[in-house]
Unconditional design. Structure first.
Length: 252
């Protein structure tokens, strides 16, 4: 880094790369340590969640809006998406979810169950999935299938001419849906790498100490008029300066 007469900094990228290379061992150590901490936090402190999914097919040959009826083609994907959005709203209403709670006996309030249930169209088709996440895989399957059984009648009572059929019931999930140990560990390692690399670069940028002759000639473009040799040190090209302590003479 150079500070010139206009009082701005010139960053030497090669110098920064050299500083990073010299501290490579520290970068690797901190990166691995942060990855281990992220994995440990995820494994021991984050509650694993399981996801059970039921799938349903929705169709409506004619929707009544007041006194008017709108015919919808089965091939109209935009209309199908609109239907799915409508049915998703009905799914998450208080009446539907309270009936699910009553039928399954799960110890959740309406607000808690709302956060556990998600529904969305599958590839913008008339098929939509009902996803239920829970710390208990059996409970997730129970709630998802209860919704699949209750929802068709609820929709038929609300939307005239609707048709909802179960495509696939949920099964007990065998794998954890979240958190992802691999993703969290990778994010922890990335965070550690960024922090330690930035710390080394900032320390190098704002370090104005003179460590060698090159700092004088390259950083400040000043000639070296004289060098005081370090007679107590037998290394080639050794010298003693105000910015580097003298080496102690070895005794035999």
């Amino acid at each position: 880094m150079n500070r010139n007469k206009t009082d701005y900094y010139e960053i030497d990228l090669l110098r920064l790369a050299g500083a990073l290379w010299k501290k490579l061992w520290l970068i690797v150590l901190v990166t691995l340590l942060c990855g281990a901490l992220a994995f440990g936090y995820t494994f021991f402190l984050v509650t694993p969640l399981y996801k059970a999914t039921a799938m349903m097919y929705v169709n409506n040959s004619a929707i009544s809006v007041g006194s008017a009826k709108v015919s919808i083609s089965a091939g109209d994907l935009a209309a199908s998406q609109s239907l799915v959005d409508t049915y998703t709203v009905i799914l998450k209403t208080r009446g539907t979810l309270n009936e699910v709670i009553s039928r399954t006996g799960v110890p959740y309030s309406y607000q808690q169950l709302t956060k556990m249930v998600q529904a969305e169209a599958v590839n913008s088709t008339e098929v939509f999935s009902i996803d239920v996440t829970s710390p208990d895989p059996q409970e997730a399957e129970l709630i998802a299938n209860a919704i699949a059984d209750i929802l068709p009648d609820r929709i038929a009572d609300i939307v005239e001419g609707s048709s909802v059929k179960i495509v696939d019931y949920a099964i007990v999930p065998a794998e954890i849906a979240s958190p992802s140990y691999t993703r969290n560990t990778a994010l922890g390692m990335l965070a550690g790498l960024v922090v330690i690399a930035a710390s080394i670069c900032l320390r190098e940028i704002f370090d104005e100490k003179l460590h060698s002759e090159d700092d004088i000639t390259q950083r400040y473009q000043l000639p070296i008029l004289a060098v005081i040799p370090d007679l107590a040190y037998s290394g080639a090209g050794a010298y003693r300066s105000d910015y580097e302590p003298a080496k102690k003479e070895k005794t035999t």
